[in-house]
Design a binder for this molecule. Structure first.
Ligand SMILES: [Zn+2]
Ligand SMILES: [Zn+2]
Length: 318
C-alpha cells in the first residue's frame, strides 16, 4: 500500500497542510486542504505526479473537520463522481461554521469571555467558512473506532484519537506501524486542544486535554515507526516527541497554576496574561488553551473553581 504525502498551500498562519494519497484501489485521499484555487491546483499537480486525476478518487477520508483539512471535500467528491466521504460523527466543523452554536456561546460565557469579544470571534470564524463547504448529515459516512478501511492489498485501521477536536481520527497501517495522525501529532508544535462542546452532552465542555493525553498514549501503544502529521515533516521518533509533549503540557500546567491569583481568575483573564499579544483567531485558541489546562488541573484536584454569574472563577487550593 503506497502512501504518497502531498503538501498543499493554505492561506492560514499554520502554513502548508499535508494530505495523503493512498495510491491503491479504491483510490483514497486522507484530508483535502482548504477551498482555494491555489490548493486545488497544487492538489491536481500532486495527484498527476502520482499518476492520477481527481476523478479517479473513490474515497475522501477526513482526519478532522478544520478548514485546512476538510475544505475541498465537497468539490472533490462532486468532481470524482460517487466518491464517498468519511468523517467521524463527533466532528461538526464540516456541517456548520465553528462557534455557530448557542452551546459555544455558553462555553465562552462560562470562560469569562466578554460579549463583544464573542461576537468578534464568531465573525472571524464566519469568515473562515469560505474555505470549506459544509455537508448534510446524509452526505458522509461516519468513521468508527477500530474499523478498517480496506484496500486491494491491505487495510488501514481507524483509530479515534480525540483531543485536538472531539472527532479527530488517525489511521494505522499495521504491517509497518505507520500512522497518519492529522493534527493529533505535529513535529514542531504542540497541537492545541480546541474548546468544543461535548458531542454527547453539548451543554458541557469536551474534556479536550484529558482526552488528548489518552489519545497520545494510545498511539504510543502501537510503537509507531513513522507518524505522518497534518503539518510539517513526518516523525520518526514518536517516543521522543511523546515525552516532549508531556513535558510541554506539564510546564504549561505549572505556569497556569502559578498565574492564578488568590482572589481567583477566569479562563479569559488568564489567557490574556499568558498570551497578551494574541489577536484574531489566536484569541479563541488562547482561551481554548487556558480552559484545557484549567480543566485538567481542576480534575486532578490541583485548583478549585466556583461559578459566579454563569462564569467560572478558578482559585488556588487554600
Ligand atoms: Zn486542526
Ligand atoms: Zn491543521
Amino acid at each position: 500500500m503506497r502512501v504518497v504525502p502531498i503538501s498543499l498551500p493554505t492561506p492560514f498562519y499554520i502554513g502548508p497542510v499535508n494530505v495523503y494519497l493512498i495510491a491503491e484501489d479504491p483510490l483514497t485521499i486522507i484530508d483535502t486542504g482548504p477551498k482555494t484555487k491555489e490548493t486545488i491546483d497544487a492538489l491536481r499537480a500532486g495527484l498527476r505526479k502520482a499518476g492520477f486525476l481527481v476523478s479517479d478518487l473513490r474515497r475522501i477520508v477526513l482526519t478532522h473537520a478544520h478548514e485546512d483539512h476538510c475544505g475541498l471535500a465537497r468539490s472533490l467528491r462532486d468532481e470524482a463522481k460517487n466518491a464517498e466521504v468519511f468523517v467521524h460523527n463527533w466532528e461538526t466543523g464540516h456541517r456548520h461554521s465553528r462557534l455557530e452554536y448557542e452551546e459555544h456561546r455558553t462555553l465562552l460565557v462560562r470562560a469569562g469571555v466578554p460579549d463583544a469579544e464573542i461576537e468578534r470571534m464568531r465573525g472571524l470564524y464566519e469568515y473562515m467558512r469560505r474555505y470549506a463547504d459544509s455537508f448534510g448529515d446524509d452526505e458522509y459516512t461516519s468513521l468508527w473506532d477500530d474499523g478498517e478501511l480496506e484496500f486491494e492489498s491491505g487495510s488501514l485501521r481507524i483509530l479515534h484519537t480525540p483531543g485536538h477536536t472531539p472527532g479527530s481520527c488517525s489511521f494505522l497501517r499495521e504491517a509497518d506501524r505507520t500512522i497518519i495522525a492529522g493534527d493529533c501529532v505535529l513535529k514542531r508544535i504542540t497541537p492545541n486542544p480546541v474548546l468544543s462542546p461535548d458531542p454527547i452532552d453539548p451543554t458541557r465542555r469536551f474534556p479536550s486535554l484529558a482526552e488528548y493525553l489518552v489519545s497520545l498514549a494510545r498511539l504510543r501503544s502501537f510503537s509507531p515507526t513513522l507518524v505522518y502529521g497534518g503539518h510539517g515533516e513526518p516523525i520518526h521518533d514518536y517516543e521522543e516527541l511523546f515525552h516532549r509533549y508531556f513535558r510541554a503540557f506539564q510546564d504549561r500546567q505549572a505556569q497556569v497554576i502559578g498565574l492564578i491569583p488568590k482572589l481567583g481568575i477566569t479562563a479569559w483573564d488568564l489567557a490574556l496574561k499568558m498570551f497578551p499579544q494574541a489577536d484574531d483567531v489566536h484569541r479563541f485558541l488562547s482561551v481554548s488553551e487556558a480552559v484545557a489546562h484549567l480543566d485538567l488541573a481542576q480534575t486532578e484536584g490541583k485548583i478549585a473553581f466556583e461559578l459566579k454569574d454563569q462564569t467560572e472563577v478558578y482559585k488556588p487550593i487554600s
